[in-house]
Design a protein around this ligand. Structure first.
Ligand code: FAD
Ligand code: NAD
Length: 468
């Protein structure tokens, strides 16, 4: 008999959620993780909790408070003379939040009776996992099923080699101990925009180099255009269609060469050009698990790999590299192992970029619908016409709802505006329930709230918007 029903490799949002759900469903479950934090201690939660979603949002919130005090408080009649920043205190607050949340996973494991094992896992067969503990000791454990949730790591590019001092990845950029007066960022994706915003709000002169011609090419074009305009207004110098050819460090500064003969000197350079699947030391090729040409583990509709009994979830299988996508895949695999018929709905995975204001969307863009020859209608409502947004003092952006011309079913919702990350949840739920724009238009929304902009956008799909 095997030691466990399930061994989960990786305790990021995909792995720890899978492990907890397996245990809730009565499976004897172990979760192995090898993360060692900057204090040299094991830490659960993977990229998301240690160096991703959570620390970035802590710094985004702190830096936004500063930005508000510096630029906007006056408009509310609040005086902010003598305003200053204590980066060490800001970083200590961020570290405390990370410590609390990563520690919380240990408590959740205890509560749900998940056995938490520290060390590096390697697959020996479809039922056996070797674990090299942090003290070097080795043990082999067995299970009926294994779930791989080993995540991803930053992609590096040869022209800007990371030195972790002047040229850093997202992890380094979350740990600056002072505001770099001049900051370069390569990549205007989620990380580039979020971390670029953090340091720009705190006083850095930020230049972002993006290789593509289009800004946020995966987002709705109107939303991306409005966001680009607003972020430029906030001081981010976003250079589209720009190739960095090299970056060299000398005299405590980085010389960035771009577009052939152009140069920019910065104090720090963040490389944020995407992430790649992480499968080092897992031994997956040795036991015949297939990967695609980009190194993502191949899975079938049940998230089972090419080796029976071994499943994979989260960033390591590709698709949107988002914490909530990985967590839901973890739940799906756990429930399917327990005989349930759980499915993942990739069409309703929400995306959020935590700039200020935020960018959020779910479902299809107009470009995708055009390419699929689907006829659609669009309703739009600007936050400038929303009473609550006016009271907040932040009226940038809009909500756009795209519905099928024939059936009125909502096909996509795109938001640029304050609290977009929270507002999008209504759209996700509506799409999960296959709602029409008429369903949203007939739903009573509290006044005065930002959610009224969603209501009005739904009314606008049918040409009966009230307040604009
Ligand atoms: P990971 O979180 O990467 O966890 C994998 C775990 O497996 C790690 O702990 C690793 O140590 C462990 N592991 C790997 N190999 C082994 C092995 N052989 N043995 C034992 N353990 C192993 N996503 C969002 O949805 N919202 C956000 O706001 C957001 N912000 C982000 C900000 C930043 C700066 C970054 C870098 C990412 C952000 N992401 C965000 C993406 C998000 O962090 C990832 O999508 C998510 O962490 C993926 O979860 P995962 O469980 O698949 O992998
Ligand atoms: P990304 O894919 O979001 O953006 C990378 C950007 O870099 C793209 O716009 C790409 O065109 C550009 N790029 C690539 N190579 C380049 C080059 N040589 N020169 C200039 N530009 C180049 O990746 P990311 O921002 O590194 O984030 C990594 C992953 O983490 C993403 O998959 C993202 O989903 C996830 N993440 C999510 C959130 C969130 O949900 N709010 C936040 C941070 C990260």
């Amino acid at each position: 008999m095997a030691d466990y029903n399930v061994i989960v490799i990786g305790a990021g949002p995909a792995g720890y959620v899978a492990a907890i759900r397996c245990a809730q469903l009565g499976m004897k479950t172990a979760c192995v993780d090898k993360w060692i934090n900057s204090a040299d201690k094991p830490s659960l939660g993977g990229t998301c909790l240690n160096v991703g979603c959570i620390p970035s949002k802590a710094l985004l919130d702190s830096s936004h408070h500063y930005y508000f005090m510096e630029k906007e408080a006056k408009g509310h009649g609040i005086k902010s003379e003598g305003l200053s920043i204590d980066i060490a205190a800001m970083q200590a607050r961020k570290n405390k939040i990370v410590k609390m949340l990563t520690g919380g996973i240990g408590s959740l494991f205890k509560k749900n009776k998940v056995v938490s094992l520290e060390g590096t896992a390697r697959l020996i067969s479809n039922t056996e996992v070797e674990i090299v503990a942090n003290d070097g000791s080795i043990e082999t454990i067995s299970a009926d099923n294994v779930i791989i949730a080993s995540g991803s790591v930053p992609t590096q590019i040869p022209v800007t080699p990371i030195d972790n001092e002047f040229i850093v990845d997202s992890t380094g950029a979350l740990a600056f101990d002072a505001v770099p007066p001049r900051l370069g960022v390569i990549g205007a994706g989620a990380i580039g925009l979020e971390l670029g915003s953090v340091w720009s709000r705190l006083g850095s002169q930020v230049t972002i180099f993006e290789a593509l011609d289009d800004f946020l090419s995966v987002a709705d074009r109107n939303i991306a255009g409005a966001a680009l305009k607003e972020l430029k207004k906030q001081g981010l110098d976003i250079k589209l269609a720009t190739q960095v050819t090299s970056a060299t460090v000398a005299n405590n500064e980085v010389t960035i060469n771009y577009q052939g003969d152009q140069q920019l000197l910065v104090d720090k350079l963040i490389v944020a050009v995407g992430r790649k699947p992480y499968t080092d030391k897992l031994g997956i090729a040795d036991i015949g698990i297939e990967m695609d040409e980009r190194g993502f583990i191949k899975v079938d509709a049940n998230r089972q790999t090419s080796v029976a009994g071994i499943y994979a979830v989260g960033d390591v299988i590709g698709g949107p590299m988002l914490a909530h996508k990985g967590s839901e895949e973890g739940v799906m695999v756990a429930e399917r192992l327990a005989g349930q018929k759980t499915e993942m709905h990739y069409d309703t995975v929400p995306w959020v970029i935590y700039t200020h204001p935020e960018i959020a969307w779910v479902g299809k863009t107009e470009e995708q619908l055009k390419a699929e020859n689907i006829e659609y209608k669009v309703g739009q409502f600007p936050f400038i016409a929303n009473g609550r947004a006016k009271a907040h003092g932040n009226t940038s952006g809009m909500i756009r709802i795209i519905a099928d011309s024939q059936t009125d079913r909502i096909l996509g919702v795109h938001i640029f505006g304050i609290s977009a990350s929270e507002l999008i949840a209504e759209a996700v739920l509506a799409m999960e329930f296959e709602a029409s724009s008429e369903d949203l238009a007939r739903t009573i929304h509290a006044h005065p709230t930002l959610s009224e902009a969603m209501h009005e956008a739904a009314l606008d799909v049918d040409g009966r918007v009230i307040h604009s």
